[in-house]
Design a protein around this ligand. Structure first.
Ligand code: ADP
Ligand code: MG
Length: 627
């Protein structure tokens, strides 16, 4: 009995975009179907290592492509693992990839959608670019019953048991759209397979009336000598193995011999996958043992801070029938992982030196991920610190730490940073005024991971990392921008000692604000703002506290230090009022306003917005009366 089922809403949305043009090169549908067929064969080959009767007497894997110009059909078949009813519904009716559903739901309009989808790829669903209906017949290896899946790509698909399926594997029939007849032409098909699928390690045969010809080299690409692999082939292999649609940014093809033997073909993508930060994303590195695919979900093969890598590792030194569970504690794998990390980090270091501009593009995509290694991997920490790039208060390009150190001022003994949501917002922080005044560079850290590595990495080459919003920053020792030329006549403003009246004001404000602040002091870091908040030396950084609260990992708040600017005219006039008869109430009111102002500047919520509004209103009214 035929069942009608609905596509997951996001799939319908996707199919809508797919069917309405988008890709200029529709021919990639064939690459996708051949790629899936090859994956299916790989998966069966592995399953058969553990359960030998799965292959039966059909142990030669093959993919075939057959066209029928009269019937206007194109048929792609494989004798791979096949799909049962649940597989068909799950794989061809939903979007399994984590985060994809959200991604598709976020595609606002058609035009945008087309562009984004182009980078992201739609796999099986790309068949609907060229076909107005698709039939999938499939029988899972080891099963007796087979299944028929059909759809015209409009909201629904059907599924029913079917006796007429291949003995094993999948046969996909595309009923071509009007105008897509070119894809029935053997010459055209030959060209497409050669272009996109030559690297496929399973033979791809074109079935014709007179003869059947194998179109590809059918040997694992990574085992071929580099000199025999073209750029095109490398690129298409990346698309297949990485389920990716961009061009790779970097490629590493190598063979390690010695204690452990393995070869690898790894790629760094040139665009950022949307699910980079999704915990259960699919399609990691593929692990092969002697050309047999084992898994693409082996967490032990790479540390997660290199999870952007795509490609294959093929080793001679693991047993073929190793189960995925046993991989977990395999010492051989641990050695391969260590060597891979070294190789990849080494290559990135080389790229960063050789092509610094180009490297920034990589950093922009994956820097936030690589930084996780700063706290996860102590051995690589020095190398990763050198690889790191940061936005800076002085440079328009992200800078490395070595560059920062070179530009440090005489007398400067720390690497200063400030962390927050965006570089733009950070640049306006009052806490940076003194730094700007002296021309001292401050790194602007905007990835959430920054707070975490900073709490485990205290320094870079003897220089401590120091937050511009924490502790009692004293820039007095650092020579000002123009200190040499002006011979001290233009003595830096922030170096002046606070006058005595200001000390009295500080004491007064401290008394007035009581427990709301940890301390009040005359600031050495402010030049134009009246006040700011800073964290005490041992206390949690303000930005980190906000982050942790957002993620509900913290519900208490540290009290902060209020710094007031003794050079600010408002502070000076307030200081002049301290001790005068009847001024105390007014001064306290202003002190509270200043504290709330500092909180707003910091992006902290006000504990009592109504009281703030009332005070502000009273003050404005008072000043209007004086007009
Ligand atoms: P991806 O290949 O990136 O997972 P696709 O849309 O190309 O995405 O395919 C979705 C899923 O459908 C595959 O992951 C696989 O489980 C299943 N599938 C597609 N084609 C086949 C096939 N020929 N044999 C077995 N399974 C298949
Ligand atoms: Mg696919």
């Amino acid at each position: 009995a035929e069942e009608k089922l609905s596509f997951q809403a996001e799939v319908s949305r996707l199919l809508d975009i797919v069917a309405n043009a988008l890709y200029s090169n529709k021919e990639i549908f064939l690459r996708e179907l051949v790629s899936n067929a090859s994956d299916a064969c790989d998966r069966l080959r592995y399953a058969a290592q553990l359960q030998s009767d799965l292959l039966g007497d059909d142990s030669d894997f093959q993919i075939t492509v057959a066209s029928d110009a009269k019937a206007k059909t194109l048929v792609i078949s494989d004798n791979g693992i096949g799909m049962n009813r649940e597989d068909l519904i799950e794989s061809l009716g939903t979007i399994a990839k984590s985060g994809t559903a959200a991604f598709v739901a976020g595609l606002e309009n058609k035009e945008d959608g087309a562009n984004l989808i182009g980078q992201f790829g739609v796999g099986f669903y790309s068949s609907f670019m060229v076909a107005d209906s698709v039939e999938v017949l499939s029988r899972k290896a080891g099963d007796t019953e087979g299944w028929r899946w059909t759809s015209d790509g409009h909201g629904e698909f059907t599924i029913e048991e079917c006796a007429d399926t291949p003995a094993r594997g999948t046969r996909i029939t595309l009923h071509m759209k009007k105008g897509q007849e070119e894809f029935l032409d053997p010459q055209r098909l030959r060209g497409i397979v050669k272009t996109y699928s030559d690297h496929i390690a399973i033979p791809v045969a074109l079935v014709g009336k007179e003869k059947t010809e194998t179109l590809n080299s059918a040997s694992a690409l990574w085992t071929r000598p580099k000199s025999e692999i073209s750029e095109e082939q490398y690129k298409e292999f990346y698309h297949h193995v990485g389920h990716a649609f961009d061009d790779p940014w970097l490629r590493l093809h190598f063979k390690a011999e010695g204690m452990i033997e393995y070869s690898g073909l790894l790629y760094v993508p040139s665009t950022k996958p949307f699910d980079l930060f999704h915990p259960d994303r699919k399609h990691g590195l593929k692990l092969y043992v002697r050309r047999v695919f084992i898994t693409d979900d082996c967490a032990e093969l790479l540390p997660s801070y290199l999870r952007f890598l795509r490609g294959v590792i093929d080793t001679e030194d693991l047993p073929l029938n190793i189960s995925r569970e046993l991989l977990q504690h395999n010492p051989m794998l641990a050695k391969i992982r260590k060597a891979l990390v070294k190789r990849v980090v080494g290559e990135l270091t080389k790229q960063a030196k050789k092509k610094p501009e180009d490297y920034l593009a990589f950093w922009d995509n994956f820097g936030a991920v690589l930084k996780e290694g700063l706290y996860e991997d102590e051995t690589q920490r020095p190398a990763l610190l050198e690889l790191a790039r940061f936005a800076s208060s002085l440079a328009d390009q992200p800078t490395g730490l070595d560059g920062y150190v070179e530009r440090m001022k005489d007398g400067q003994d720390a690497i200063y940073y400030i962390s927050g949501e965006s570089a733009e917002a950070l640049l306006k922080s009052p806490q940076l005024e003194g730094f700007a005044d002296k021309g001292i560079e401050v790194l602007l850290l905007t990835d959430s991971v920054d707070e975490f590595w900073l709490s485990t990495v205290p320094q870079y080459k003897d220089l401590p990392f120091k937050s511009a919003t924490r502790g009692d920053i004293d820039l007095g020792k650092v020579k000002a921008k123009d200190a040499d030329s002006s011979e001290g006549k233009d003595k830096d403003k922030s170096d002046e000692e606070a006058p005595a009246e200001v000390s009295a004001l500080v004491a007064f404000v401290k008394l007035a604000l009581k427990d709301e602040v940890k301390d009040v002091r005359a600031s050495k870091r402010l030049t134009s703002s009246a006040v700011c908040l800073v964290a005490d030396d041992g206390d949690i950084d303000m930005h980190l506290e906000r982050l942790l609260k957002q993620h509900r990992q913290l519900d208490s708040s540290a009290t902060r230090i209020l710094e007031i600017n003794p050079r600010h005219s408002l502070i000076k006039s307030l200081a002049a009022q301290v001790g005068k008869d009847g001024a105390a109430a007014e001064l306290e009111e202003v002190a509270r306003l200043l504290l709330d102002q500092a909180r707003i500047l910091e992006g902290e919520p006000l504990p009592d917005p109504a009281a703030f509004a009332a005070r502000l209103t009273r003050q404005v009214e008072g000043s209007l009366k004086g007009l």
